[in-house]
Design a protein around this ligand. Structure first.
Ligand code: PLP
Length: 435
């Protein structure tokens, strides 16, 4: 323990995670665990220890039941239906849109476009706003910690328009290089597309300040909120962003549903990016005219049950309270970080101050994929690889990491099981012995 103390102190100074004085992590988890039916199932004859929440969270009974009830009692296609059931389903779907509006504090519900998730929301902005507004030599500024879904959609749009994609470099702790974002903003920057919380590192970017600087430079700002919305309250009007994207499934909601928030005057000026039913005003063989937003951006029958499930998920997390969730996850991250640093040969990747509940790490002598497989045999589900953030791995000169990511239902027992399984893997590989 004494030999370890200086290492822990140094790491704490390096990575001051957690909310000092936060409630014991176990309390909230104990209260909510029964809401998540999947947590009772056994995996490989072991208690399921689910630490892959950044990939997708589990769903509480309230969300599962909302979708089930929709199909049992309210199922019909929405909009334009003259019969009662269609109007009822429309009310539920549009009610869900209002729930998302209130959740993000958007000024009006027409600023919420339902999408399949964050990826589709960013693609919508790239293909609609990007193609209509970018010219040769214009610049899109992203950060070095973006998920592929905030890199790849811009690349074909850059090819088509002649715009250029630039990325803000990262420090060794996994933060933006101080001053680099501001320095890279210039008269050619048309858009800053920035991740709120990194899924690979846990870093929380200072998006409010970044939005202010980008606006001062004349750029629009898109925020990728996929990893943010389940862990902190987001107010798009207070942030002042132009676009904000998130996925329902990272928020205890269903897969295949998410949303794009966009300021109304931007949406009103944007062309459609997909054609089909529901997004038109008139159609003839000579040409078509477009519906107003948000319908203009929602071609075809949408994920109606998913929208209803998403509304239930929002009710669920806001019912618990996002500040409570954040305090719980920060306290648990602090516990996990201290436990991880006691393991010889374990290196944390991403040690930014104030990071969220994501523990990315390497264990000396064990490839992350091997580690993931060995942990799985113990019932411990983590993710191993590049986490759809290859440029982060390139930055740190590693093939990938093992990643444990936390949610409300995790507790110290889960962390203890993770650490025991890592030590077991080290014994198997004959690594990790103290010198
Ligand atoms: N952005 C971040 C930061 C993510 O973590 C993810 C998914 O994990 C995405 C974008 C893509 O989200 P989806 O696959 O739900 O579209």
């Amino acid at each position: 323990m004494n030999a370890l103390a200086p290492r822990l102190d140094a790491a704490r100074a390096e990575a001051p995670v957690g909310t000092p004085g936060g409630a014991p992590a176990v309390s909230l988890a104990a209260q909510v665990a029964a809401d998540f039916p999947i947590l009772t199932r056994r995996v490989r004859d072991k208690r399921l220890v689910y630490l892959d929440n950044a990939a997708t969270t589990h769903k509480p009974e309230a969300v599962i039941e909302a979708e089930r009830a929709f199909y049992r009692e309210s199922n019909a296609n929405i909009h334009r239906g003259v019969h009662w059931l269609s109007q009822h389903a429309t009310d539920l779907y549009e009610g869900a849109r209002e729930r998302v509006q209130r959740f993000l504090n958007a000024a009006r519900s027409e600023e919420i476009v339902f999408t399949r998730g964050t990826t589709e929301a960013i693609n919508l902005v790239a293909w609609s706003w990007g193609r209509a507004n970018l010219k040769p030599g214009d610049e899109i500024l992203v950060t070095g910690m973006e998920h592929h879904s905030n890199i790849v959609p811009w690349q074909p749009v850059c090819e088509q328009t002649g715009a250029v994609l630039k990325a803000v470099p990262l420090t060794d702790r996994g933060e933006l290089e101080p001053g680099a974002f501001e320095a890279m903003l210039g008269p050619r920057t048309r858009l800053a597309a920035i991740v709120h919380v990194s899924n690979a590192l846990g870093t929380v970017n200072p998006v409010a300040a970044m939005i202010e600087r980008a606006h001062a430079a004349g750029a629009r700002v898109l925020v990728d909120g996929a990893q943010a919305v389940a862990h902190q309250a987001v107010d798009v009007q207070a942030l002042g962003c132009d676009f904000y994207a998130f996925s329902g499934h990272e928020l205890c909601g269903p897969t295949g549903i998410g949303a794009l928030y966009a300021r109304h005057e931007l949406l009103a000026a944007m062309p459609p990016w997909q054609g089909g039913g529901d997004m038109i005003r008139t159609v003839s063989f000579e040409g078509s005219t477009w519906a107003d937003p948000p319908a203009r951006f929602e071609a075809g029958t949408p994920n109606i049950a998913g929208g209803v499930g998403l509304a239930a998920a929002i009710d669920y997390v806001t019912g618990i309270g996002l500040p409570r969730i954040a305090a719980h996850e920060h306290a648990l991250l602090e516990y996990a970080t201290e436990a991880a640093l006691r393991i010889p040969g374990l290196r944390l990747i991403g040690t930014a101050p104030g990071k969220t509940g994501i523990l990315s790490f390497m264990v000396e002598g064990i490839h992350p994929h091997d580690l993931g497989t060995i942990l799985d045999a113990e019932g411990v589900a983590i993710r191993a690889g590049h986490h759809c953030a290859m440029p982060v791995m390139t930055r740190f000169g590693i093939p990938g990491t093992a990643r444990a990511s936390l949610a409300i239902y995790n507790d110290e027992r889960d962390i203890d099981a993770l650490m025991a399984a890592i030590r077991g893997a080290q014994r198997m590989f004959g690594t990790g012995a103290r010198p």
